[in-house]
Design a binder for this molecule. Structure first.
Ligand code: PMV
Length: 341
């Protein structure tokens, strides 16, 4: 089809989609193909409830360029280019040339380190494809969302999610899927500790992780450990077995932090308060002689502490007192992405 014909073709034009952030129990950190965003290893996550990104995309043939407004503020530079490049993929796939107006709102602070890129690109994938008249399966949507931010592939789905790395060079076997729905483990909670004075990310994760692949002396060892850790974690989630899962989550978080810190130049995402939370979780588990809670974090200073409902009040009180912990939130596994009217 000629470009002029494509431009003249009728498309729905406008669509809205909502998606939530997710937190990885087993981390994605390193691509085997950065161009196609094909990861070195499979990852496991839980999609969170209550937090949402809501995005409306309107394609309009009279626009001369894309426009991206986030929480009411017109975006330029890096965030704008990332959105506009993503829309180029959608335009290519749909055979359209129109530019778009993109309006996105987060019901949580964008720069809080709450993985707004995962919910952001999942919501953009859902809204832009629907607005462009493409009807994609959730699997295909996860493959597209991955091109904006790897972890966004997982935010298409709710509950406990696996993103399979696959082995094919064309990426056809690389996609996310739901392992268990949100209500599968009713007592599972994520206590989020928002840390004061968290430094803003200076390097994008997608770049930082490739520096790790090239320079960390522990990266190869981590890759060797991951298949067995992934299998054990998936089994512990399936069995709703916190006593097995929580130590694996902390082992994985320590391994992720180790490859970050041994990257040259070193990647240090934590503040002294984040480290104090980690130490306190270890102490409280030692005192209780059982894994009451498991800490994890992504490429930021905030901590996620997994635990079961009966332990929430006491652990929240104890960790909430640590200097530098600004706010605590208690979240459950939540739903996946959804088209909105
Ligand atoms: O999705 P990205 O490119 O922002 O990378 C996410 C990296 C981690 O959050 C650290 C790990 C993960 O699996 O979410």
């Amino acid at each position: 089809m000629l470009v002029a014909e494509r431009m003249a073709r009728a498309i729905p034009g406008r669509a809205t989609y909502e998606a939530a952030p997710n937190i990885a129990l087993l981390k994605y950190w390193g691509n085997r193909d950065p161009e196609l965003a094909l990861p070195c290893n499979s990852s496991l996550s839980v999609t969170l409830d209550r937090l949402r990104t809501r995005t409306t995309v309107s394609f309009d043939r009279s626009r001369s360029q894309d426009r991206f407004v986030l929480n009411g503020a017109l975006q330029s530079g890096g965030p704008f280019s990332a959105v506009s490049h993503f829309l180029d993929r959608v335009r290519d796939a749909a055979g359209i040339a129109a530019h778009a107006d993109v309006r996105s709102t987060n019901n949580f602070p964008t720069a809080s380190g709450m993985a707004s890129s995962a919910s952001g690109f999942a919501a953009l994938a859902g809204a832009s494809t629907a607005a462009a008249g493409l009807e994609l399966s959730e699997r295909a949507l996860s493959q597209l969302a991955r091109c904006g931010s790897g972890s966004a592939s997982r935010s298409i789905f709710g509950g406990f999610v696996e993103w399979r790395a696959g082995t094919r060079t064309d990426g056809r076997d690389c996609y996310a899927r739901m392992l268990h729905p949100p209500r599968y483990w009713p007592s599972f909670r994520d206590l989020v500790l928002l840390i004061d004075a968290a430094p803003t990310k200076s390097v994008r994760s997608s770049e930082a992780m490739q520096t790790t692949v090239r320079t960390s002396p522990y990266f190869a060892q981590r890759q060797r450990e991951l298949p067995s850790r992934t299998r054990k974690m998936a089994r512990a989630i399936r069995d709703r077995d916190a006593a097995k899962l929580f130590p694996l989550v902390m082992e994985e978080c320590d391994s992720f932090r180790n490859v970050c810190e041994t990257t040259v130049p070193s990647l240090d995402y934590l503040t002294p308060s984040s480290r104090a939370v980690i130490a306190e979780v270890r102490t409280l588990n030692d005192e209780a002689h059982r894994p009451v809670a498991a800490y994890t974090h992504d490429a930021g200073a905030h901590l996620h502490v997994f635990l079961l409902a009966p332990d929430v009040a006491s652990v929240r009180r104890r960790l909430g007192r640590i200097p530098g912990v600004r706010r605590t939130l208690v979240l459950r596994p939540g739903p996946g992405g959804r088209r909105r009217a």
